[in-house]
Write a protein that binds this ligand. Structure first.
Ligand SMILES: CCCCCC/C=C/CC(=O)SCCNC(=O)CCNC(=O)[C@H](O)C(C)(C)COP(=O)(O)OP(=O)(O)OC[C@H]1O[C@@H](n2cnc3c(N)ncnc32)[C@H](O)[C@@H]1OP(=O)(O)O
Length: 303
């Protein structure tokens, strides 16, 4: 009974794939450095590099959308497709999500996707955001975030959608939801994800203040599970993965589903309304002005 409802839920979460692969090169396969058999072949796309290890059942998925892994529509699309590919391949039980860009895990939403764009584009973009969150939050795989760089806003949400987070101990690598500082508001599903991770009071404070936590504070508040020297992020993520994979899949997956279903269902029930809210909010003149000003500040901040 529990299994059947878990499967039905997973099926509902598998929402439509998009036909929006502008400029993507999906499905490319090439030998990993060091060569080897099938287990060592890497695949992926232009913006997502997947290094599968069939022997351990673990794949490393690297975001590579330089300079800062901003979540462009293409990156969102390629992430969903790469994840789906691994989920459909029974060889794999876990994914380590990390960045191929130096110093940044993910800069969050790509502001150029919502600045000066028409409502139809903003809607398409937001649906892609929702899709990635649903896919990661409900993934049947064990997802471990190896956070090897700055992790604001949408980057933080991707990390929080994983089962476990390992952050590199570098004061520049801050993590949190800073939306209010851009003059925008985190949608309810981001807020729910935050609350589910660090609790109501800490979320209330951090969300209103737009706090970006340095590693020690992120650990203290519970945003991340481990803080380790930068050169140990990958090995620690692998050790964490082993701990999670020691649990039988069916028991772990059904428990994950039990813990996360209500939060995901809330978005699934209101997906269109959430998109409309986002579009009407972000297309307001006043919001466009503050987003433009924020982007300009980022561009001038060089050095
Ligand atoms: C999965 C579901 C997700 C749901 C998400 C829902 C809502 C999310 C809200 C958001 O995500 S809003 C975005 C918030 N992001 C930020 O505030 C981060 C802004 N960026 C930074 O703070 C810094 O860039 C950095 C990430 C700390 C990296 O610093 P660094 O010094 O290494 O690089 P920069 O010189 O600042 O930037 C290089 C280059 O990249 C441009 N850029 C940076 N961030 C963004 C962005 N989010 N979108 C678009 N472009 C960005 C920056 O302007 C520079 O461009 P240039 O042309 O080279 O000047």
């Amino acid at each position: 009974m529990a299994l059947a409802s878990g499967v039905r839920f997973a099926e509902r979460a598998l929402l439509r794939p998009w036909a929006l692969l502008r400029g993507t090169t999906l499905g490319r396969t090439e030998p990993a450095a060091g060569g080897g058999g099938d287990g060592a072949r890497r695949f992926g796309s232009q913006r997502v590099l997947v290094e599968p290890d069939a022997a351990s059942g673990v794949a490393v998925m690297k975001l590579r959308n330089p300079p800062v892994n901003a979540l462009s529509l293409e990156l969102l699309t390629e992430l969903v497709i790469s994840l789906e590919k691994l989920e459909n391949d029974k060889t794999f039980r876990g994914v380590i999500l990390t960045s191929d860009c130096p110093r940044v895990f993910c800069a969050g939403l790509d502001l150029t996707e919502i600045c000066g764009r028409n409502p139809a584009h903003c809607a398409e973009y937001w649906k892609a955001m929702q899709e990635l969150w649903l896919r990661t939050y409900l993934s049947s795989l064990v997802l471990v975030a190896a956070i090897n760089g700055a992790c604001p806003a949408g980057g933080c949400i991707i990390a929080l959608s994983c089962d476990c987070r390992v952050l590199a101990d570098n004061p520049k690598y801050r993590i949190g939801l800073n939306e209010t500082l851009l003059g925008i508001i985190a949608p309810f599903w981001l807020k729910d994800t935050y609350v589910n991770t660090i609790g109501h009071r800490a979320s209330e404070q951090a969300l209103q203040l737009g706090s970006l936590f340095p590693p020690a504070e992120a650990l203290q508040v519970g945003l991340v599970d481990q803080v380790v020297p930068e050169d140990q992020v990958q090995s620690t993520a692998l050790s964490e993965m082993a701990r999670w994979l020691a649990v039988p899949d069916h028991a772990r997956q059904l428990t994950k589903n039990m813990m996360r279903k209500a939060t995901a269902d809330r978005l699934l029930r209101q997906r269109d309304a959430d998109t409309q809210n986002f579009v009407s909010f972000v297309c307001r003149d006043s919001i466009q002005k503050s987003l433009q000003a924020y982007l300009e500040k980022l561009r001038q901040r060089k050095g």
